[in-house]
Write a protein that binds this ligand. Structure first.
Ligand code: B1M
Length: 208
């Protein structure tokens, strides 16, 4: 019988091959896709999130684990859709206008996916109008903005204002190296997260 503990261990170790094999085996044996997702893949990514926050693992390990999870998700996703398993919530993420840095934003997107969120990724250099248009189209509960330059931080404020002016009810969260909680408070963002694992905790708390 497929071992979901071994599946989460494979994600933690970033062992793509084993993660995919156990996912396939579990599906063949008729295990519910939601159990494979929650008790295997997400459980593994949660451990990585906790270790990342505690500085026990670093960005390369997180990327390797996220990649193992992604490969297993490719096998699992069609079955999740068939079984009607709903994502935890939907998050729209992007790097703000004028800013081309996306490594941190990608990490946030991966960790959100790892936690069971559906993620719509706007990419880099995203204008307030682009955020608003995509939010209207995809109806996320969370909108996440990333900025790495002090010169692009004001674009966060403009984007949050545009989101509010458009009457969207999504909660906003911000992050990136120069960003602080004080800045989030100043520009009226609903939350700030210093790293990708904290971004997941914040997104979950903003859902409630
Ligand atoms: Co740029 N760059 N860069 N750069 N770059 C910095 C940010 C800089 C600090 C370097 C320096 O001078 N010491 C500096 C900014 C100074 C400032 O404004 N205070 C800088 C500069 C000046 C520039 C250019 C202007 C350089 C030039 O052309 N003269 C230029 C700007 C281009 C533009 O954006 N318009 C530029 C260009 C680039 C590259 C293209 C070469 C490349 C980006 C490649 C890419 O992203 N695809 C690059 C890089 C790699 C860096 C450094 C070296 C690394 C950034 C990074 O990826 N960190 C950076 C110096 C440094 O930080 N040591 C630097 C790793 C990443 C995982 O961390 O993004 O902080 P980070 O994400 C974290 C958290 O912040 C948080 O979670 C992540 C994971 O824990 N987080 C969120 C991020 N987004 C979040 C969103 C959330 C929540 C949490 O909610 C939604």
């Amino acid at each position: 019988m497929a071992d979901l503990k071994a599946l989460s261990e494979a994600v933690i170790k970033g062992d793509q091959k084993t993660a995919v094999e156990i996912t396939r085996q579990a599906l063949t044996e008729g295990m519910p896709p939601a159990s494979i997702l929650n008790e295997g893949l997400i459980a593994g990514m949660n451990v990585i999130g906790v270790r990342f926050k505690a500085n026990q693992v670093y960005i390369p390990e997180v990327l390797i684990s996220a990649r193992a999870m992604k490969m297993a998700m490719e096998v699992l996703e069609p079955k999740l859709v068939e079984a009607g398993v709903k994502p935890l919530g939907k998050a729209l993420v992007g790097t703000v206008q004028g800013d081309l840095h996306d490594i941190g934003k990608n990490l946030v997107a991966m960790m959100l996916k790892g936690a069971g969120f559906e993620v719509v990724d706007l990419g880099v250099d995203s204008s307030p109008e682009k955020f608003v248009a995509k939010a209207k189209e995809s109806n996320p509960q969370i909108i996440g903005l990333s900025a790495l330059l002090t010169t692009t931080m004001p674009a966060m404020e403009k984007t949050i204002r545009a989101i509010k002016d458009a009457g969207l009810s999504a909660k906003t969260m911000i992050g990136g190296a120069p960003v602080t909680q004080a800045y989030a408070d100043k520009i009226g963002a609903d939350g700030y997260a210093p790293d990708a694992a904290s971004a997941v905790d914040l997104a979950k708390s903003l859902l409630n």
